[in-house]
Design a protein around this ligand. Structure first.
Ligand code: ADP
Length: 382
């Protein structure tokens, strides 16, 4: 990491929060959770307040909650936790004979319940596994719902603007048709064309995202070729902005070449677009390479991204700027994320304001370069 940016690779360990006021039960649950969810980080809290504060600050993959915390209402604690992290599953620990309480807790959003004294590593593993799978499904469904709503909003809002312009220019052109100079009608028609192009581009990107194929046909792919192709597709854009694209030698990966060109094209274009330097520069290099995975970084010297938006920018239609500042649809990174995930890989980002951003792409590594792919490295496009 030569430019001092820190790489924030997602931690693979399961984060479990145990909330229990009984020291022995807490210790036992901590030990069982370590074994049941390995590899796991297990954190403990002695009451609902402490647990809620911890969840707020750090998040968790699963909470094990003692339902009979001294002086606290289990349902209220459950409600608080749900407010903080709606998709974090909470498994209730109840005493013997408290099945009715358990049922009411389930109706209030608990993922499952286990009876204290009967919990084993096996039952806990099963409960955590099921609860997390259910929570992941709920999250996915909610995200899809959210995406659909955003799509509708974009369709109705962002498409209405160019259509209104087209209508306005058409009506002016009609009014002036017989009276004005031919030049004015021509101007209006040109403006109509521009607004039509904007509307069609938006529709194209929306449908490209919605119809993005499942990733199939994975073969060894030469990333040098992929990046050269992506830069080539953008060459007019890069030249227009006096930009530069530098690439080091990149490893072969297992992938779908067409989709990978799209992924790198989106990242390169963003690196040039969200950039105010005299020479917008994008550099593509290998970060790590093992037999199984290769991580590539696409860095730019652009405007940077606020830390609290580093995850959000990958959501469909999420934009940090309006169309007056920077044009775009808010789908480029969502497409990149979908493609990376389709390859069994990941994409994430680090950034420093006004200095630049780094987008990391992890993909499955190929043992060898494909035979027919040969392209010069150290490409400079633009
Ligand atoms: P868009 O069509 O808006 O560029 P993207 O999905 O590609 O959509 O990006 C989402 C948002 O993330 C952008 O609107 C921008 O605010 C931010 N962003 C993406 N890439 C960069 C970058 N390299 N530097 C700064 N901001 C970026």
């Amino acid at each position: 990491m030569s430019n001092g940016l820190t790489m924030r690779e997602p931690d693979q360990a399961t984060q479990i929060l145990v909330i229990d006021d009984n020291p022995e039960d807490r210790e036992l649950l901590e030990r069982l959770a370590h074994a049941a969810a390995a590899p796991a980080h297990v954190y403990t809290a002695t009451n609902g307040w402490e647990g809620a504060a911890w969840l707020e600050a750090h998040g968790a993959d699963c909470v094990l909650l003692d339902f009979q915390l001294d002086g606290e209402d289990g349902l209220a604690v459950l409600g608080d936790l749900g407010q903080i992290e709606p998709f974090c599953p909470v498994i209730i620990m109840t005493g013997h004979g408290s099945e009715r309480t358990a049922v009411s807790s389930m109706m209030s959003g608990a993922a499952d319940y286990l009876v204290k004294g009967e919990i084993t590593e096996g039952t806990l593993r099963e409960a955590i596994g099921k609860a997390r799978a259910k929570a992941a499904e709920r999250r996915k469904a909610a995200e899809q719902d959210d995406t659909q709503k955003r799509f509708l909003k974009t369709l109705t809002h962002d498409l209405r603007a160019p259509l209104r312009q087209i209508g306005g220019f058409a009506s002016l052109a009609l009014r002036d048709y017989d009276t004005a100079e031919g030049g004015r009608v021509k101007d209006l028609l040109e403006q109509q064309m521009a607004a039509t192009r904007a509307a069609v581009e938006l529709l194209d990107t929306l449908s490209a995202y919605a119809l993005l194929e499942e990733t199939v046909g994975l073969t060894p792919v030469d990333l040098d070729v992929v990046v050269a192709q992506a830069s080539d597709n953008l060459s007019a854009y890069i030249t227009e902005r006096a930009g530069e694209v530098h690439t080091g030698q990149l490893p072969p990966v297992v992938g779908n070449q067409v989709q990978l060109v799209q992924l790198f094209q989106n990242l390169i274009q963003n690196g040039i677009k969200y950039n105010k330097s005299d020479r917008p520069t994008v550099t593509i290099e290998t970060v790590t390479r093992s037999d199984r995975q290769a991580t590539i970084v696409v860095s730019d010297n652009g405007i940077g991204i606020p830390t609290d938006s580093l995850d959000a920018i990958f959501a469909p239609l999420k934009r940090l700027w309006g169309p007056v500042d920077y044009e775009g649809s808010g789908l480029g990174l969502a497409i990149c994320k979908k493609i990376a995930a389709g390859h069994g890989g990941r994409i994430w980002c680090t950034s420093i304001k006004s200095k630049g951003s780094r987008f990391f792409v992890m993909l499955p590594a190929a043992k060898e370069r494909p035979q027919d792919a040969s392209v010069a490295t150290d490409t400079v496009a633009g």
